[in-house]
Design a protein around this ligand. Sequence first.
Ligand code: ARG
Ligand code: ZN
Length: 430
Amino acid sequence: MRLDAIFTFVILIAQSKETSLKQKQEKEQKIRYDNYRVFKIKYESLQQRQLLLELTKQYHSFRLWNENNNELHLMVKPDALPQFERQLKRANASADNFISNVQHLIDLEHEATTKSSPIFGWTRYNNLAEIENWLDEILSAYPNVTESFVIGESYEGRKIRGVRISYKSGNPGVFIESNIHAREWITSATATWLINELLSSGDDLVRGLTESHDWYIVPVLNVDGFVYSHQKDRLWRKTRQPSNISSCIGADPNRNYDAHWLENGGASTNPCAEDYAGPHAFSEPEIKAMSEYVCGIRDKLNVMLAFHSYGQLLLSPYGHTKFEFPYNYDDLMQVAKAFGDAIEGLPYGAVYKYGSAAGILYPASGATNDWAFSQDIKISYTIEFRDTGNFGFVLPPAYILPNAEEALVGIIALLAEAKKLGYLQLKYDP
Ligand code: ARG
Ligand code: ZN
């Protein structure tokens, strides 16, 4: 062998050692969910619910994935299975195991990401740096109709960015808040796809939609949590601001708005809980920034849509009580029905339910859509995207496009119906 060949060979071995070391470190750094299971648990009484939710106080062994008014989805650590069985018996409830190894889903998702093209797209999930680089490309590709905006800074000092799309003055405004919950990756994938589609589609319906509204889209609101969910814990939900009273980190940003904050058991006072409301309303810098930004332009906004996953739901106010309804509840339901019907008209087979958040889910106080409604943005929803619990938060990237198309078609119908009912009239003199 020639000397330079040997030299290259040695370098190659050294490099491959280095990359495998890197991969190993990366693996070691990430929290793993080997053989963690996720169960759907049906219950009838609030007492049963209480018993089941008690488990989540052991937040290392049990984590709440989802909830609606007769069902909980709970992730269980393998060595906590016997305890889980015992508590199920005590609560006289039955459970259905729908994910048998969470890590397996995370690995498949990771594989899809590393195998697919490095170019930004919607066949894989993109991280924050990729999303921001792509945003810059979009801004320079469409300089006349787009504008970058920054709503503020996160706890860890990251900028929270958005894009405004406006083709003319005098349009009603639609605000899209996305990825307030870190692990709900389908939301920023959908929000970025929407931005791209609004700007580049040649379809008449989409062109009309784009050009007759002003769009304010924040693809990732909870930037710190989102980065953490990519680098460390795929299932992180909250912000990353430490607590003064606990070693648990972060608050639930969607319980942190000053809208019936912490009322009616709609959030937790326990810093370790997934729905910890924070020490006070607007304690989380991201939510304070969001509220100030939205307040500053509230006259320009007619619609607020907060993107979440999962459950396939369109949720109106209120979240803090199921015994009261907004004055325009019937209209909100009519608009929601238009959204749901449009999605059912697509060939993908997804079905969305709709109702008030507290009515069809559970009490949740301090959420975006309730707060926006209180700021006179009268068409205000939380959208829970796919799925209904086969994959939950770890929705395979193959579903990004169907989900995004559903969102677009749903939003087209939603805005048309809202317009029909008179909700898109300007609140200011253009
Ligand atoms: N999954 C969302 C959450 O738990 C739904 C919140 C719905 N409630 C509401 N008030 N918007 O935060
Ligand atoms: Zn969410």
